[in-house]
Design a protein around this ligand. Structure first.
Ligand code: DGL
Length: 281
């Protein structure tokens, strides 16, 4: 990325968003709702999903490839809609790229503020929970709170398959929520962007007294703040469009994108899957 490329970007350029798969749509849909006139590029790296069980170096490599791809499509900023990718690569991305970069991290701070029992639970991938950024987050905000962490292998794959209401999903969720409740957590942080699509099931299993927090809205607000700060808001009064890309198989990924995007009664605008994705394989 050099300055000449940055100069080619304008306020009407799109926002580039990516995740290991379809999970980051939980962030993208909040950005869509808050910023209706922005165009969005979304990259689902489904062929390399899950990131949560890959070495950080491999994840970082994917992050750079996807970022370069989105910038080559004219993205004026990047939103890393993935806790795992943010944990391992945000600091380096901010050094490498000259466009603003927004990331996502588990909502430990609001959970600490909300807990009455003094115990919070965090559901996330193993890579997120063992990352330095996560340890600093806990050190910074959770020093007086008991933080119970729970890696959740298998959950991301279920969401990737659009399998959000099955008995299998419920069984796995119960297994992961149980230890948090047994240790008296009254606030559960969804530390992976795939999990908000399971939020109503998680809430149902955890019970009405338990708060379940995700980061979609705060990340959308941060995206809006950063656009303002850099003077990058799209001034056009139009309905923003979405362009979806994936490294996965179009016939598998497209129906899941449609399912999850329209989950919030959002209209699917432009789906451009496959083909171009080979550029980052
Ligand atoms: N959506 C992801 C996250 O927020 C990625 C999970 C994965 O690919 O394992 O961490």
């Amino acid at each position: 990325m050099d300055w000449n490329e940055v100069f080619l970007m304008s306020n009407s350029s799109p926002i580039g968003i990516f995740d290991s798969g379809v999970g980051g749509l939980s962030i993208a849909k909040e950005i869509r709702q808050l910023l209706p006139n922005e165009d969005l590029l979304y990259y689902a790296d489904s062929a390399y999903c899950p990131y949560g069980e890959k070495p950080p170096e491999v994840i970082k490599q994917r992050v750079y490839l996807l970022s370069d791809f989105l910038l080559s499509k004219g993205a004026k900023m990047l939103v890393v809609a993935c806790n795992t990718a943010s944990i391992v690569s945000l600091d380096d991305m901010r050094k490498k790229y000259r466009v603003p970069v927004v990331g996502v991290e588990p909502a430990v701070k609001p959970a600490v503020a909300a807990t009455k029992t003094g115990t919070i639970g965090v559901l996330a991938t193993g890579v997120t929970l063992s990352g330095d950024r996560f340890s600093s987050l806990v050190k910074c905000f959770g020093s007086k709170t008991k933080v119970v962490t729970q890696p959740c292998p298998g959950l991301v794959e279920l969401v990737e398959n659009g399998n959000i209401n099955s008995a299998e999903t419920e069984k796995l969720l119960s297994k992961y929520i149980k230890p948090l409740l047994e240790q008296n957590a009254d606030t559960i942080v969804l530390g992976c962007t795939h999990y908000p699509f399971l939020k109503s099931k998680i809430q149902e299993l955890a019970g009405p007294g338990i708060k379940v927090l995700d980061t979609g809205k705060p990340v959308a607000r941060q995206t809006a703040r950063v656009l303002n700060e850099f003077g990058l808001n799209n001034a056009q009064h139009h309905q923003g469009k979405e362009f979806f890309y994936t490294s996965g198989k179009q016939e598998t990924v497209e129906p899941v994108i449609r399912l999850l995007w329209s989950y919030e009664r959002l209209k699917v605008n432009h789906i451009l899957l496959g083909g171009i994705s080979s550029a980052v394989n």
